[in-house]
Ligand binder design. Structure first.
Ligand SMILES: C[C@H](O)[C@H](O)[C@@H](O)C(=O)CO
Ligand SMILES: [Mn+2]
Length: 418
């Protein structure tokens, strides 16, 4: 390892040790945290099942950066590249439209065998897999409704797809020896103010109850439900609102998924974690960055990301939180987007772990708010960067921006030749 990296790390360690922080222990803990990389960043949410279908469901990708993955093999190669530049062992989050098959199958016909290529690859790479039914970009979702549809036949199609998705997830969990988190998000909603807000919610509840009626061992599959405030075309009403899924998740023992872009622009998810985890066993995060709307920008190390990390660390909530990423930026190199967002998420967790939590809690308890503010602010410029560099090097991943040269080379050698 580079001598400067080791020297600065050793100096940094002394500063943290003065506040009772054992940096080696922190790095050991950090290496156990898995981030779920969302496959859909790699191809602008197109998938492989219906390649000619436009993205729908109230979400949008802007930008046309060259080189996006067009086959399962390309996507896996790109993920391998990204993962080689990110310290730690992680998971990959698949959507149903990313099935690896030559068969012409519709969403309600999917089976574990259509994802065997992913399972074999994940085993080989030592990765976990997460899963999502894809309730969008499909003719049967064209009018914006799926599981809450008033047409029984359409509703049945989506119920069947979601049930099939849980079987695929169970297979992932069984094969890979770690649970697969299956996240249920549906775009259902109205552009304009509805007359009847209740009926679609009753139908959504009934659909979900039917989907979850089959017991699946949580050691293989963990179900999560994701709410939303609004989407493009569902500005006035979303069936699966936050209150809907809070109620649903808490009464049915399902993990609640909080997406950082799914709330009012001034509302943050960091402030919700400690409340939800008082009443729920598990949580799923979609770490994202909304810019004025649910824009799914690449995650940067902004105040909200730091606050999410601090809440998870200070409350010891990490063991019960599944951390997934959810952004899709088509205007920059697709692999760089993964690397930037994932490295930032891990780096934010490290920064949060390098705060004198016990000391700060004691000071707060004693009512010494002056010291609390002073210490929190001073710790913002403690040398976490030196610890991060050492962590990257010790995990065999590039230090600082060295990863960028590797992405640029891959772009020339692979992406631009597609
Ligand atoms: C593609 C994802 O499932 C999707 O982004 C969903 O999680 C979401 O956040 C929709 O706004
Ligand atoms: Mn999301």
């Amino acid at each position: 390892m580079d001598q400067t990296v080791t020297n600065t790390y050793n100096e940094a360690k002394k500063l943290y040790a003065a506040h009772g922080i054992n940096v080696d222990e922190v790095l050991e803990k950090l290496s156990q945290i898995k981030i779920s990389l969302h496959c859909w960043q790699g191809d602008d949410v197109r998938g492989f099942l219906f390649k000619d279908k436009e993205l729908s469901g109230g979400i949008a990708v802007t930008g046309s950066y060259p080189g996006r993955a067009g086959t399962p093999d390309e996507l896996r190669k790109d993920l391998e590249k990204a993962l080689s530049l990110i310290p730690g062992k992680h998971k990959v989050n698949l959507h149903a439209i990313y099935a690896d098959t030559d068969e012409k199958v519709d969403l309600d016909e999917l089976e574990p065998k259509h994802f065997q290529g992913w399972v074999d690859w994940a085993k080989d790479q030592g990765l976990g897999l997460d899963f999502n039914p894809t309730c969008f970009s499909h003719p049967k979702a064209a009018d914006g409704f799926t599981l809450s549809h008033s047409d029984e036949e359409i509703r049945r199609f989506w119920i069947t797809h979601c049930k099939a998705s849980r079987k695929i997830a169970e297979h992932f969990g069984r094969e890979l020896g770690q649970p697969c988190v299956t996240n249920f998000w549906v775009p259902d909603g109205y552009k304009d103010t509805p007359v009847d807000r209740l009926s679609p919610r009753v139908r959504l509840k009934e659909s979900l109850d039917e989907i979850f009626s089959e017991e699946i061992d949580p050691q293989y599959n963990i179900d999560a439900v994701e709410s939303k405030l609004f989407g493009i075309g569902s500005e006035s009403y979303v069936v699966g609102s936050h209150e809907f899924y809070m109620g649903y998740g808490l009464t049915r023992g399902k993990a609640i998924c909080l997406d950082a872009g799914h709330f009012h622009p001034t509302e943050v998810i960091s402030n919700k974690l400690s409340s939800i985890l008082m009443f729920s066993e598990q949580l799923l995060l979609h770490v994202s960055r909304p810019v004025r709307w649910d824009s799914d920008h690449v995650v940067t190390m902004d105040d909200e990301l730091m606050d999410i990390a601090r809440e998870l660390v200070r409350g010891d909530l990490l063991p019960r939180t599944n951390i997934g990423l959810d952004f899709f930026d088509g205007s920059i190199n697709h692999i760089a987007a993964w690397v930037i967002g994932t490295r930032n998420t891990i780096k934010a967790l490290l920064r949060a772990m390098l705060e004198p939590i016990e000391e700060l809690k004691r000071i707060e308890q004693e009512g010494d708010y002056t010291s609390r503010l002073a210490l929190v602010e001073e710790f913002k410029s403690y040398p976490f960067g030196a610890v991060w560099d050492y962590y990257c090097a010790s995990q065999g991943t590039p230090v600082r921006e060295q990863w960028l040269a590797e992405v640029k080379a891959y772009e020339q050698e692979v992406l631009l030749k597609r």
